[in-house]
Design a protein around this ligand. Structure first.
Ligand SMILES: [Mg+2]
Ligand SMILES: [Zn+2]
Length: 189
């Protein structure tokens, strides 16, 4: 089983835009490609796990979400970096699409997307890390048995100021590149 890095998308890999509903709003952080390439070369699977309740709310649709992820992939590929798989949760408690209005097991802070990735890609959560900018990322990673990093980009700086005991990450760092540096220094592989 491989180790993985589970990555939140908005505020972690790309700029936080609220609901990202236009491609021109998509902006990778300047260090994102370098950070992902380091993980690729170190042998970590790179897996995005993202809540996309905007689908259930009718703000974006599945084809648009694919275009966003294809565009991220193109920009990363131009810099020799690769996301191995994207998982998204389309559900929302207030969804207007009836079949997506549910309390699911995939929407973070639940760990369903991480657990699905571990099954489908033969990943070892115990040697993996979840990196995100919100408490719900930390909770999802911890529930799956992974280490967790809160980054201060996106909502992270505010979330850090409201940390509670049950959402205590293993590290709090300025951004994804610092998180990758921490991981490569501290993992016993
Ligand atoms: Mg986020
Ligand atoms: Zn879901």
């Amino acid at each position: 089983m491989r180790p993985a890095v589970f990555l939140d998308r908005d505020g972690t890999l790309i700029e936080e835009r609220g609901y990202l509903d236009r491609l021109d709003l998509l902006e990778l952080f300047p260090y994102t490609a370098d950070a992902i390439r380091l993980l690729n070369r170190a042998g970590y699977a790179t897996v995005v796990v993202t809540n996309q309740g905007a689908i259930g709310r009718g703000i974006i649709d599945e084809p648009f979400l694919r275009r966003v992820h294809d565009t991220i992939d193109e920009r990363l590929a131009a810099r020799r970096a690769r996301i191995d798989r994207y998982y998204h949760c389309p559900h929302h408690p207030d969804a207007i699409i009836p079949e997506l209005r549910q309390t699911c097991t995939c929407r973070k802070p639940a760990s369903g997307m991480i657990e699905q990735a571990c099954r489908e890609l033969s990943l070892d959560p115990g040697r993996s890390v979840m990196i995100g900018d919100r408490h719900l990322d930390v909770l999802a990673g911890a529930a799956a048995g992974a280490r967790t990093v809160l980054v201060r980009t996106g909502h992270g700086a505010h979330e850090e100021s409201t940390l509670t005991g049950h959402a205590r990450p293993d590290a709090i760092l300025n951004n994804l590149m610092e998180a990758v540096g921490w991981l490569l220094r501290t993992s016993s592989r």
